[in-house]
Ligand binder design. Structure first.
Ligand SMILES: [Zn+2]
Length: 189
């Protein structure tokens, strides 16, 4: 199996794991992984149990914006995945979910303070909330990039969260780690 095939399969496995763990529901959420000069990203609106490796879209990172190869259109959230890959060479994987407790904080527009040692894993003393913008827009991508400055995770106002890093395995771990922290914060409030 080629490296690209392994990455495509790991994206599908991680998407399914997100749903199985309750961090995500239905076809929401999306994952991208850098592969050479391209970004491999989960397709739009297809149940993860039905996604096959060939359905993972491939988008040029530096080429024509929005161009893609594949039989299915990429996730509607491709703009912020692409812009993160373009502006953050330290990032090889981006995971976006509607994890329930993170989404509660995002709707309340409350950043996650340095109340737990795992917060440091995201690169600073808090996890910021990106300003609200409609899903799939350039405005959302711009606000996500601002919230991610010096960080590897952010909440997205009235929407969800994202985590990014040098590998998909690490980001899935970070995403899981962000699960107890928001729930603990809400309980503490
Ligand atoms: Zn979303």
């Amino acid at each position: 199996m080629s490296t690209e095939d392994i990455i495509r399969r790991s994206i599908i496995e991680s998407c399914r794991a997100m749903n199985a763990s309750g961090l995500n529901q239905g076809t929401s959420g999306n994952i991208s992984v850098r592969y050479g000069e391209s970004m491999l990203i989960s397709p739009s609106s297809i149940p993860y149990d039905e996604v096959t490796a060939d359905m993972i879209a491939s988008m040029p990172i530096a080429g024509e914006r929005g161009a893609y190869d594949g039989p299915k259109v990429p996730s509607v959230e491709w703009p912020f995945h692409l812009d993160i890959m373009r502006s953050r060479p330290d990032v090889n994987a981006v995971v976006h979910t509607h994890a329930p407790f993170s989404t509660i904080l995002a709707i309340a527009r409350k950043p996650i303070p340095a109340c737990h040692y795992m917060i440091a894993a995201f690169g600073g003393n808090d996890v910021r909330v990106a300003d609200y913008a409609r899903y799939g827009t350039q405005d959302l991508s711009d606000s996500v990039l601002r919230a991610l400055e010096g960080r590897t995770a952010c909440l997205m106002a009235n929407h969800g969260m994202l985590a990014c890093g040098d590998s998909l395995k690490k980001r899935c771990g970070a995403r899981s780690n962000s699960k107890p922290s928001p729930s603990n914060i809400i309980t503490a409030c």
